[in-house]
Design a protein around this ligand. Structure first.
Ligand code: NAD
Length: 326
């Protein structure tokens, strides 16, 4: 049923029928800003039960993911949940058990980098053996700034979680261990309990070493780096093309400050793929609750390591259940 004021311009075959935010007026403001009309609920329980809602998209704060996703799955609704799937591995496993009750995949997790054309190309080149066996990955995940309440845990479960999820997909290898420690801290955070920057080091079962710098108050921009170093050569993640300027004896290009602009196409491709599947009544095929669980197990161990001055934490994952095999 087509309803012009509910239709999303970027993604076909989907109408926004209802929204919800616990802060009064916030969801309505979003609707107004977008020129959309939809029911505005103050309690997500009402939204997931609404017969006009076929698909639930959870972009609430991390703390709310578990309860919203569980409620949506209990109603048998296809669900998209932003990363992280939940706050820890135990919550993710509960979600997996709830999803299994539906007898087929109902959920996709918002690990959108799987859809970023540049990462897709890198993965294909790795799979095709272009650089031979990958040996190391060198990464950066910097944000320009975050509020004081953005603590060390969020740097792991909300920021580093992207690379934690991405790397083992990229190189088709499982993690063996993880270490997280903090070097000299930035002066741009007052609370001395907050560790920023953090250094995350992971080793895979094959012995590939991954070095990731997480710095959420770097001041200068949103900066993502991913070099995969293989035995025959190196793959470098490209940055978003920016016009270079030669002016006043300087040659310069801008660095983006907005994560939305950095991965703009990935968000659209991701969501189109999700809607293409579920609007036909088919299970989503993007990152699954199992991927959310693997990331959460790794993030849980990362936090233990951070608490223990970078002590190495061994990782041992159960085999991917048949339910989640491609
Ligand atoms: N995939 C990505 O690249 C990406 C990028 C940014 C944010 N995210 C994720 O998206 C989520 C939201 O991030 P954000 O920056 O928009 O956060 P935000 O704090 O700006 O917005 C979250 C909203 O959720 C609302 N909320 C909290 N509990 C709720 C509940 N029980 N019911 C209804 N609403 C509730 C809050 O009132 C708030 O308005 C986070 O989980 C974050 O990790 C993902």
């Amino acid at each position: 049923m087509e309803s012009p004021k509910r239709t999303c311009e970027t993604i076909a075959n989907v109408d926004v029928t209802a929204v919800c935010d616990i802060v009064p007026g916030k969801a309505q403001k979003a609707l107004d800003d977008l020129g959309l009309e939809a029911k505005d609920y103050s309690d997500y329980h009402d939204l997931v039960k609404d017969p006009d809602v076929d698909v639930v998209v959870c972009t609430a704060s991390n703390e709310a993911h578990y309860e919203v996703v569980m409620a949506a799955l209990k109603e048998g609704k296809f669900t998209f949940c932003e990363k992280p799937l939940a706050l820890d591995a135990k919550q993710c496993m509960d979600i997996i058990e709830e999803e299994k009750k539906q007898g087929r995949r109902m959920l996709q997790v918002g690990f959108m980098r799987h859809y970023a054309p540049e990462y897709v190309q890198m993965k294909k080149m790795i799979d095709d053996g272009v650089i031979g066996q990958p040996l190391m990955i060198d990464e950066r995940h910097y944000n320009q700034t975050q509020p004081e309440e953005y603590d060390s845990t969020r740097s792991i479960i909300e920021t580093a979680i992207h690379e934690i999820d991405l790397n083992h997909w990229l190189i088709s290898d499982d993690y063996k261990n993880i270490r997280v420690f903090s070097p000299l801290q930035t002066r741009h955070v007052q609370n001395k309990d907050i560790k920023d920057p953090q250094i995350v080091m992971m080793e895979t079962k094959k012995g590939i070493n991954i070095y990731l710098q997480v710095f959420v108050r770097c001041q200068y921009g949103y900066d993502i780096k991913c070099d995969v170093i293989g035995e025959e050569g190196v793959l470098e993640l490209p940055t978003v093309p920016q016009v270079a300027t030669r002016l006043d004896a300087q040659y310069s290009t801008k660095i983006l400050t907005d994560w939305k602009a950095r991965f703009e196409s990935a968000y659209d491709i991701e969501f189109r793929d999700f809607i293409d599947h579920v609007s036909q009544g088919n299970s989503p095929e993007g990152p699954s609750a199992w991927d959310g669980y693997i990331a959460a197990v790794t993030a849980d161990a990362a936090l233990v390591s951070l608490e223990n001055d970078g002590e190495k934490q061994d990782l041992d994952f159960p085999e991917r259940p048949e339910f989640y095999k491609d």
